[in-house]
Design a protein around this ligand. Sequence first.
Ligand code: CMC
Length: 405
Amino acid sequence: MSAAAPAAKPTSAAKSDAAAAFARGLEGVIGGQTSVCSIEQDKLIYRGYEIHDLAAHATFEQVAFLLLEGHKPSADELARFKKEIVAERAIPASVAKFLTDAAPQLKAGTAVPMDVLRTAVGLLGHQDPDCQDNSAAANLRKSKRLLARIPTIIGHMQNAIDGRAFVQPDAALDHAANLLYMMTGRRPTTEEARVIDVSLILYAEHEFNASTFTCRVIAGTLSDLHGAVCGGIAALKGPLHGGANEMAMEMLKEIFASVGEAGIGTPKVDAWMEQAFASKRKLMGFGHRVYKNGDHRAGILHTLGRNLASRLGGTPGGLAATRWFDLGEQVQKIMLTKKNIHPNVDFPCGMTYFVMGIPVPQYTPIFVAARITGWCAHIMEQHADNRLIRPLSIYTGPAERRWNG
Ligand code: CMC
């Protein structure tokens, strides 16, 4: 490291003006325009439709159409769209082989499902006849293929991990039910399928979040849709973003291991939390860059998850399904009382997927199966009205000096 004095000031007047608006992590900065989604403190809206309305009345396929095609589908349009997606579910043999070959690394933990999914999406790109075509029509075709195939990748990957023969997609099942079926080999109940369906609706889109912004930055160089989606997957993997749904559940498991079942509802949980606060630990599934009064999606999924838990029964992870929600609610209450921080959607997601028996490392890939719709909508919007995304920085390195001085 150099000991030279840091440059004190930005190098030009234009930069000096820009520096005045500098915000760490681009907090509060408007990074562009979009017609796909709007996040307000009191509302989350996909192309004009509010999230509670969509979660109560729409299906994931309808929302996917809305995001990708730009309008609510008619009955005919929806039927055609669903048929197209079902027809595109199969993955090339080379990608299936790659998933089988990745099983040892997945089991050893040197690879995690998000990494394998990212590579599999890259491989799909090599074989997509439209890969290098950024036209609107080609982008839409590629978006639909990825929407159809990502669940198959997740299912095959889980089958490979479990040492089971690949469960082939079931054309009679809707998107969410088929995803669960391919992962487990078991056809879900209507309620389970609906809960996953709603979770996909909630995860489908969220304006200029880190992964979507990544997709737009990549698309903004006129790079291709598969490449942009690979970037989106890499960004979503991080625990401060989509990876939080896995980490939230791991954290609850850690609290349970520490306090035991008898400790739930007692000050033992408060003590665990106090220790976490004292060590400045970030509690996963809590907080949000934009929402400071709570994430609109969290309450919707929490209610569905808790209701499902009471009907599913069972003792996932050695604890009755509803007791995980008892513990989660206690943690939420302590966070709110002590820190005034609300849960985000990843907190109830962790508990909900866990009581359904979904392996934890697949939670963020399932997020991808939903967010692919939002990412592709944004990539298409970027390509349709492109301007390179290239911000400035404030230089903090050494002042100018001579190489031969
Ligand atoms: N646990 C403990 N303290 C927190 C948390 C948390 N989860 N979130 C925020 N804080 C504290 C933070 O330490 C800071 O305190 P202080 O002012 O004393 O330093 C204050 O609240 C403000 O936090 P911040 O870090 O400035 O907030 P941010 O806008 O930069 O971060 C966040 C947002 C999501 C990165 C953060 O809340 C976090 O790390 N949460 C945990 C990870 C998580 O759940 N991510 C999912 C995000 S939403 C859905 C998704 O994208 O998948």
